[in-house]
Design a protein around this ligand. Structure first.
Ligand code: NCD
Ligand code: ZN
Length: 353
């Protein structure tokens, strides 16, 4: 990695958590991910969800078909865990390369999670098998108990579920997805190298005030919701700490504007278009640009046991105005940072899409 006051060149990064959707939306959003990232862990929360090898391979083909000509991008597919998850299906899919990991959504925690897991003991046989074969488990770490305050649901998940899971499956490679709290960062650090966490650009950049700045702001709403400022600062410290347990995962989750700006709007922030520029801003503000490459391009592959990417990307210092909206297959999407000016531009980046 090289940095000077005007340019950053780093090994090509990967996105370890993204929602690429399907159909027209897939065609609209996949190029934003592929122009920055060499690989991405693709979330399986389609409707119906991706729960078997055939569905994962068919989805992978649709993603590849949606990429611009000449794109060099590898989707890494995931299996959506249900109460009926079969150890054999997971093992076969992992061993043939169809699944890079399996995703645990607590039932009803977030978008398309109705088929999710209702009690962790229901998937103990699946987890035993995953631990045995080294297949990573990715967790949306929030309880769904409506009695628990929404800002406390990540912490409650650690206390009620995650700490027991780490104790019962010490050899299971597990990713605590999109962490938002000091408690989550501390829990990951304390649990040792089989537990890692992804961190989004938005949870590094905004706190919960962003959802209520001068009125209700649906484009700042995602799950887990942004927390108070002290948590944002703790998550920034974790991301920029240099610890190999923290790595990049955008959780880019596009929803058409009409589904966001509604009486009951969808959760999700479309962070893909300017993701690497957003991370670069955070790392620069923290005086940690020299640690961006490990976070973006090294820690994830090391955790997953995959090779590092060969190519590189370059960011140059420039004023980049983020559009208020982007067209997407007949509707429009509001990108994260809409209307703001960012200080870095990916060479060969969004302006050319
Ligand atoms: C995601 C989505 O829309 O699929 N939404 C979100 O707010 N992050 C689901 C998820 O990852 O929770
Ligand atoms: Zn997600």
């Amino acid at each position: 990695m090289t940095t000077d006051p005007t340019r950053i060149t780093l090994r090509r990064p990967d996105d370890w958590h993204v929602h690429l959707r399907d159909g027209d939306m897939l065609a609209a959003v996949a190029p934003y991910t592929a122009r920055q990232f060499a690989r991405a862990i693709v979330m399986p929360n389609l409707d119906p969800p991706v729960t078997n090898v055939a569905a994962a391979l068919a989805y992978r083909d649709r993603i590849l078909a949606a990429l611009p000509a000449g794109a060099d991008f590898t989707p890494l597919m995931t299996c959506y865990l249900t109460d009926e998850a079969e150890p054999r299906v997971l093992a076969d899919g992992f061993e043939c390369g169809a699944f890079a990991a399996a995703k645990l959504y607590p039932a009803h925690a977030t978008t398309n999670s109705a088929y999710g897991v209702t009690a962790i003991r229901n998937i103990h046989p699946a987890l035993e098998e995953m631990e045995r074969i080294g297949m990573p488990l990715l967790i949306h770490g929030e309880v769904t108990d409506p009695e628990v305050d929404i800002f406390d649901r990540e912490k409650a998940f650690i206390d009620r579920i995650f700490s027991g899971l780490v104790r019962d499956f010490p050899g299971l490679k597990t990713v605590f997805e999109h962490i938002t709290t000091a408690e989550a960062a501390d829990f990951v650090t304390a649990s040792g190298p089989n537990l890692a966490a992804t961190i989004t650009p938005h949870h590094l950049a905004i706190n919960r005030n962003a959802m209520f700045a001068g009125g209700i702001r649906p484009h700042a709403y995602c799950l887990p919701v942004a927390k108070r400022e002290a948590h944002r600062l703790a998550v920034r410290r974790a991301a920029t700490s240099g610890s190999p347990q923290f790595f990049l995962g955008t959780d880019s989750a596009p929803h058409a504007v009409a589904r966001k700006e509604a009486a009951c709007g969808c959760a999700g922030i479309f962070s893909a278009p300017f993701a690497i520029e957003s991370y670069a801003r955070t790392f620069e503000e923290e005086g940690a640009l020299d640690r961006l490459e490990a976070f973006a391009s090294e820690n994830g592959p090391h955790f997953y046991g995959l090779p590092l990417n060969e190519g590189s990307i370059t960011l140059e210092r420039a004023e980049v105005e983020v559009p208020e909206s982007l067209s997407a297959g007949g509707s429009s999407l509001v990108p994260f940072h809409a209307g703001e000016t960012l200080g870095w531009r990916l060479v060969g980046g969004a302006a050319e899409i």
